[in-house]
Design a protein around this ligand. Sequence first.
Ligand SMILES: [Zn+2]
Length: 205
Amino acid sequence: MIGKLIASGFGDFLNLFYPDPCLLCQNSLQNGEELICTVCRLQLPETGQHRGDALMAGQTKFAGKVPVEFVDAYLYFTKRGKTQRLIHALKYRGHKEVGHLLGRWYGYQLKTDSQLNEHIDLIVGVPLHPAKLRQRGYNQSDWIAQGLSEALEIPWSDRALTRSQYTISQTGKDRMERWENVSNVFQVGEPDLVANKRILLVDDV
Ligand SMILES: [Zn+2]
């Protein structure tokens, strides 16, 4: 405990001289800022969909297979934009804590602006292919799920869904074949966790 206190005190001390840079603009982070500076945060291309009536149902590949109540996205994606750079840091530069931060920010918005949290029982990240999970060491969607869980005060699980080794290309397949393909790839991990639950499924792109 004392060792930890000293270590964290020493970290603060070092930060006086070498403050962490913002992941996006490289400017030094100020007190209370975490990973992304306030200027960059305010420039994030939020969709704001959850504030309107754009919580779309039934327009996904799940349409007609699993009852989907809504679909929403936190940020717009533009090539070489802030979202792409954050996703890149999250997936390829080991910054899993970016997922947790974005999940929290999004979760607080959802809680403030919608009644969504009253309609969800469990938060689940889409599992990574096992080979990719071994290579990366973490599932970025699980980190987003944990951030959402903290903000929305709803449990999350990384055991509800599993993903098999089996993957075949989705290109050149029609809608039905793609669905059959996906249903072979994902399985329910622990049926008791998901039975009769309303699930918020989290994917990173
Ligand atoms: Zn910045």
